[in-house]
Design a binder for this molecule. Structure first.
Ligand code: PGA
Length: 260
């Protein structure tokens, strides 16, 4: 399995700027030496259709920043997972802390979305992580374990093809100050063990090989060119979810250089 680099452009770029950046990345892709990396871009919804065409012939994968749990119907303002699939979306970020905070997304909502995304044969990128207060109160592990368990409640794990989980400590997102890679490594091991327990309870035993083929655990939160290789060199960090460092071509290039 290749290591993964997912760019989350959030609501940072206009449609024109998103498309221009996608064009630049697409045109320069062969020079970025990313053959050992799986690259996914999650633009805003308005840019998605155009970007799907820009990157169509490339190895760059299209991701979505969210999806609704119903496929179609009278749900004003929502984004259908079926329509996303139609555009060629492969990954869907779910439960990002910004949605949990600003849109009051609960674990119940996230669980419903997980089901629909998997049913539509896309790969969920489930974001989990503690806020600063939870960390100070030594609740970090518990918070993360519960988020993982709740998101996977009643999910058909028997037929799971692929799942990505991103550990993102909320208090470092956008701060310019990531946590140490060894701490992220330790947390990813906890997430891995939680998943193994969940699978085991369902009677599914996964060996290391099977696990790696189905599940990747990423780190996200102020990843940039100065720290990206530390994270990617950790054994249980299978990739990174990048916000700020991925919205400008120059910083993106520095990031890819650092990866190489
Ligand atoms: P950041 O965002 O890289 O700007 O910290 C990461 C994220 O929110 O996924």
């Amino acid at each position: 399995m290749k290591k993964i680099l997912i760019l989350n452009w959030k609501m940072q770029l206009s449609v024109n700027d998103s498309c221009a950046l996608a064009e630049e990345i697409n045109n320069e892709f062969d020079n970025l030496n990313l053959d050992k990396i799986e690259l996914g871009i999650c633009p805003d919804f308005l840019s998605m259709h155009k970007i799907s065409k820009i990157i169509k012939a490339s190895n760059i994968k299209l991701g979505s920043q969210d999806a609704f749990w119903y496929e179609k119907g009278a749900y004003t303002g929502e984004i259908s997972p079926v329509f996303l699939k139609e555009l060629g979306v492969e990954f869907v970020i779910l439960g990002h802390s910004e949605r949990r905070t600003h849109m009051q997304e609960s674990d119940i909502f996230i669980n419903k979305k997980m089901k629909t995304v998997l049913e539509n044969n896309m790969v969920p990128i489930l974001c989990v992580g503690e806020n600063f207060e939870e960390r100070q109160n030594n609740q970090k592990d518990l918070v993360i374990i519960n988020q993982v368990k709740n998101a996977l409640n009643n999910i058909d794990l028997e037929n799971l093809k692929r799942l990505i989980i991103a550990y993102e400590p909320i208090w470092v997102i956008g701060s310019g100050q990531a946590i140490e890679s060894n701490e992220a490594q330790e947390t990813n091991v906890i997430i891995k063990q939680t998943l193994l327990d969940i699978f085991y309870e369902k009677g599914i035993e996964l060996n290391d090989e099977n696990f790696k083929n189905k599940i990747q655990i990423l780190y996200g939160g102020s990843v940039d060119s100065t720290n990206v290789s530390n994270f990617l060199n950790e054994e249980d960090i299978d990739g990174v979810l990048v916000g700020g460092a991925g919205v400008k071509f120059e910083t993106f290039c520095s990031l890819t250089k650092a990866i190489n």
